[in-house]
Write a protein that binds this ligand. Structure first.
Ligand code: SF4
Ligand code: SF4
Length: 284
């Protein structure tokens, strides 16, 4: 299990613990302020460096780079950190939360500069009573309230799951996010080209999310070598064996998102617990 399971999960997967979604955690003023600032100023991220920040970090001497990365990652773990979750785990989360709102992704607002509705705010409390939703609605964030936005959309859990499955077919990877740990307020859908969090983690070696608690495996008896799964793997974990005319999955690279399954017509890929795969155990 990942570090957060040990810290915030009390023996279970931390994101499946209903207490971590509890609105009681919003009585912490520091957490409320963090949420308000996070949504109020998406432009700040771009103005304070954006892509340039990574170039500067990569140019820095290795000692400086490692100190900055370690301090930055430790800070992120306290305030806003994520984990990849396959769709089955999202279904389990939806089994105990009681309201879902869809909103524009703040990451894409920074990287693409347009509204991409990939984020889902979740709460244990029904929509009309949810402090978290009220907090989001009260924020005068131009990206939520401008003329070209639909703001917050209330969705039923069924609608939200259908839309998440659709995003999965497009290759987007589901992730859960803290807003000052251990409070979990959202599920997002990440990709390596536009999602700042995934770019930081995978491209720039500045992790802001854990891999999933799972790893994908391929059954060579079922695989016909069509390579469709390779198209959607964001992590370069799938290779093709010309000799065997089948794909192979590298467990050391796999993030366990399960997206490769969405395009496999042969049901050849499945997820195994990360802890049961020696090469992936302990790789987060
Ligand atoms: S999509 Fe399925 S059948 Fe096609 S290569 Fe991948 S695992 Fe094999
Ligand atoms: S191989 Fe691993 S990382 Fe790649 S899509 Fe499948 S589960 Fe995700």
């Amino acid at each position: 299990m990942c570090e957060f399971c040990h810290k915030h999960g009390e023996g279970q997967k931390w994101y499946l613990r209903a207490e971590n979604y509890s609105e009681d955690l919003l009585s912490d003023l520091r957490r409320r302020k963090f949420i308000q600032d996070f949504f109020r100023s998406p432009e700040q991220d771009r103005d304070s460096g954006g892509g340039d920040r990574w170039e500067k970090l990569e140019r820095a001497p290795s000692f400086v780079r490692s100190v900055i990365t370690s301090m930055g990652v430790n800070r992120q773990k306290k305030v806003h950190y994520g984990q990849v979750v396959p769709i089955e785990e999202v279904e389990r989360i939806f089994g105990f939360v009681n309201s879902v709102v869809r909103l524009p992704c703040i990451c894409r607002q920074v990287t693409v500069g347009s509204e991409q509705r990939y984020c889902y705010g979740v709460s244990m409390v029904p929509q009309e009573e949810s402090q978290f939703t009220r907090l989001l609605r009260e924020i005068d964030a131009s990206y939520l309230t401008g003329p070209n936005t639909r703001g917050l959309e209330a969705l039923s859990k069924e609608e939200a799951l259908a839309s998440l499955r659709e995003l999965e077919r497009k290759g987007l990877c589901h992730t859960v996010w803290t807003f000052v740990a251990p409070f979990i307020g959202g599920i997002c859908n990440c990709d390596r080209s536009d999602c700042e969090a995934m770019r930081a983690t995978v491209t720039h070696n500045f992790p802001v999310m854990f891999r999933a608690e799972y790893v994908a495996e391929v059954n060579p008896e079922l695989c016909n070598g069509c390579r469709q799964c390779m198209r959607v793997c964001q992590f370069g974990a799938i290779g093709y064996s010309i000799a065997h005319e089948k794909v192979v999955i590298d467990p050391r690279r796999c993030y366990g998102c399960g997206i490769c399954r969405s395009l496999c017509t042969k049901n050849a890929t499945t997820l195994a617990e990360r802890s049961s795969v020696p090469l992936a155990r302990g790789v987060w």
